[in-house]
Write a protein that binds this ligand. Structure first.
Ligand code: XMP
Length: 317
């Protein structure tokens, strides 16, 4: 029978044998998968695992600093790379969702490749690929499967000419969480909602600017902190905010305003393939809406997304 402890023992043994004294590079994302992959490999080869965590300027508020800190606490050999401006430059003027995804994937590969080359004699690229990703990339052929190009860094191994090691490629998400828990992974990372690789860029409809990222980070932060405070975070599969490319009329004091609209999205799901909009309490939504409009400059209207997947998707882009 499958148990986390058994899986860990077996995998660490295999990794030791497979990797020997070789150096391995791994890109951390702040998500569960890459974190658990890193912990397993770290368990097997220690400091020969070199982790890279890239700040693409599209992460949640405080995320880069917080996550980097917890990785360091875990004893991982991790290097943080601030590449915000490279991503913003490449995104400048791009409005098409797939073009934005491609731009982000490209910059990520460039940044990662450059950093990896600073490590002497690195032989392996480790990835947190899990079983559903393997299935998905096999079936990404027909037009329906390419609705969104989820595997944003699919070209990485080819470009880098490294051997690939994927210790989680036989596991489902819940098993990855169990393994992470058994390895003592931070609660905050373990139960984190899924977050897309292209980050806030695909939640800013239209072109991405640092100023829009800032507005959305503030809105998203209020929403997510609110969910945590109200003990709703763990009942939701994924939540976030979307910055819409329209202004709406509002009134503040006796002034007319013409400011941004944000949409809040919260869904329940098992695997992200289908999802229901979350029936969050009205009182909670009312409070979050008030807080956002009062605190975030430039936003005068909040709407709540009540679409399920299918036919809608979780993200708006
Ligand atoms: P959709 O919007 O297709 O999203 O219902 C399903 C799940 O996938 C995430 N998602 C992405 N993840 N790169 C990623 O790494 C992407 O380009 C991407 N697009 C969507 C989304 O957040 C949800 O969890």
């Amino acid at each position: 029978d499958w148990t986390p402890a058994h899986f860990i023992d077996e995998t660490v043994e295999q990794l030791k044998e497979q990797l020997g004294d070789d150096k391995v590079v791994l890109g951390l994302s702040g998500g569960v998968d890459s974190s658990v992959a890193a912990m397993l490999i770290h368990e097997a080869i220690g400091k020969n695992l070199h982790c890279i965590f890239v700040d693409n300027g599209l992460l949640r508020k405080h995320e880069y600093e917080d996550v980097l800190e917890s990785y360091k606490h875990m004893g991982l050999n991790v290097k943080g790379v601030d590449a915000k401006d490279l991503f913003y430059d490449e995104l400048k003027g791009k409005t098409d969702p797939e073009a934005k995804r491609k731009a982000i994937g490209k910059v990520f590969i460039d940044v990662f490749d450059t950093e990896a080359h600073k490590i002497q004699e690195v032989k392996w690229l480790a990835q947190g690929t899990i079983y559903p990703d393997v299935i998905e990339s096999v079936s990404v052929k027909g037009p329906s499967a390419t609705i969104k190009s989820h595997h944003n860094v699919g070209g990485l191994p080819e470009k880098m000419n490294l051997k690939v090691v994927e210790p989680l490629n036989s596991l489902f998400k819940d098993e990855v969480r169990k393994v992470g828990s058994a390895l003592g992974l931070d609660e905050a990372i373990l139960n984190r909602h899924p977050f897309p690789g292209p980050g806030l860029a695909i939640r800013i409809l239209g072109d991405v600017t640092p100023e829009k990222v800032h507005v959305l980070q503030e809105v998203d932060y209020i929403f997510i902190q609110g969910l945590k405070t109200a003990n709703l975070y763990n009942q939701v599969w994924q939540a976030g905010a979307v910055l819409l490319p329209i202004n709406s009329v509002g009134v503040m004091g006796d002034e007319r305003t013409y400011e941004r609209v944000v949409a809040l999205r919260a869904v329940t799901s098992v695997d992200g393939m289908t999802a229901d909009w979350c029936h969050l309490p009205y009182e909670f939504l009312a409070e979050i809406s008030n807080t956002i409009i009062n605190k975030v400059k430039g936003v005068n209207r909040v709407v709540y997304d009540i679409s399920s997947k299918p036919p809608a998707t979780i993200e708006w882009e």
